[in-house]
Design a protein around this ligand. Structure first.
Ligand code: SF4
Ligand code: SF4
Length: 286
């Protein structure tokens, strides 16, 4: 079962929920899909090791064969190839590696070479040394604009026979769709503030369009107002959990310590939360 943790904006506590949920469960995989700014590892304390480079195929032009017909440039909707009156240029950073230009070139002037845009790491020792806990992280190279190929490569490591928790990037753009698009359930994390409600509405719109079952966790509950709860209640959206604005939780967070490790009552709450989601998922499948 794949469960994504998402939010319409950063800083709501999405990673806190992902890490604490994953640590509360057994035989679980945790994936940090926030590849532009992954931070789950800060709360886990594992040493990481590289599993693979993430490459995308990028066109290389053989100028001795190119007659500057312009077909590749016309095809490329990402403007990654420019054909000039006397030259042709490739802009690798804009290339999405679709391979289309190679296919449309009538002169066979385009070949492809791999270009690394990021890496996939995992916790050293994998599930053996970590008590059944497997952690994978995608990391996009600095300056690279395309997060989705790294997220897709990261998700290749999901074991369908285990529980996978995916910490999605914040927001509602392409990397979020790549992260949550095929999950069984999405937990949307928000705060009970006007900003929290505004961004929750955007996130709800996305998961509804993707037809993914979802529920809401309200983090730092007790600050702000009641508008998020009123919205969820009036729209039939389950509020799965309220994490209070609590001094002890805040202190553990600031020290990089997942609170399920120090507050067993919260471990039990996350286990119950997972059981609720699993029962709903199994009910949908029957
Ligand atoms: S591989 Fe696709 S994205 Fe890259 S330059 Fe060619 S057509 Fe454009
Ligand atoms: S399609 Fe081929 S021949 Fe035409 S401009 Fe592009 S590389 Fe050159």
């Amino acid at each position: 079962m794949k469960i994504a943790i998402a939010s319409g904006k950063g800083g709501t506590g999405k990673t806190t929920v992902a890490v604490n949920l994953a640590l509360a469960l057994e035989d679980v995989q945790l994936f940090d899909c926030d590849v532009e700014e992954p931070n789950c590892h800060l709360f886990l304390g594992f040493d990481l090791e590289k599993v693979e480079d993430v490459n995308i195929p990028t066109p290389v032009i053989d100028k001795s064969k190119c007659d500057l017909c312009g077909k590749c440039s016309e095809f490329c909707r990402f403007n990654a190839i420019a054909v000039l009156p006397k030259d042709i240029m490739v802009f690798p950073a804009l290339c999405h590696g679709c391979g289309g230009c190679t296919m449309v070139c009538p002169e066979g002037a385009i070949s492809e070479e791999d270009r690394s845009i990021g890496v996939i790491d995992k916790n050293k020792g994998g599930d053996g040394d970590s008590g059944g806990f497997e952690f994978y992280r995608g990391l996009l190279d600095i300056g690279e604009p395309m997060a989705s190929p790294v997220i897709s490569a990261l998700k290749e490591h999901i074991d369908v026979d285990r529980t996978a928790i995916l910490d999605a990037p914040p927001g509602t753009a392409c990397p979020v769709i790549t992260s949550v698009g095929d999950v069984d359930y999405c937990i949307l994390v928000t705060e009970s503030t006007p900003f929290g409600l505004h961004d929750l509405l955007l996130a709800v719109d996305v998961v509804r369009k993707l037809e993914i079952p979802f529920g809401v966790i309200i983090n730092r509950h007790g600050i702000g107002d009641e508008k998020v709860e009123e919205y969820c209640n009036s729209h039939g959206i389950p509020i799965l959990m309220k994490i209070p604005y609590d001094r002890k939780i805040a202190r553990l967070y600031s020290e990089g310590i997942p609170f399920v490790g120090r507050m067993p009552e919260w471990k039990n709450r996350f286990i119950r939360l997972f059981d609720t989601i699993r029962q709903e998922h199994e009910g949908v499948r029957q």
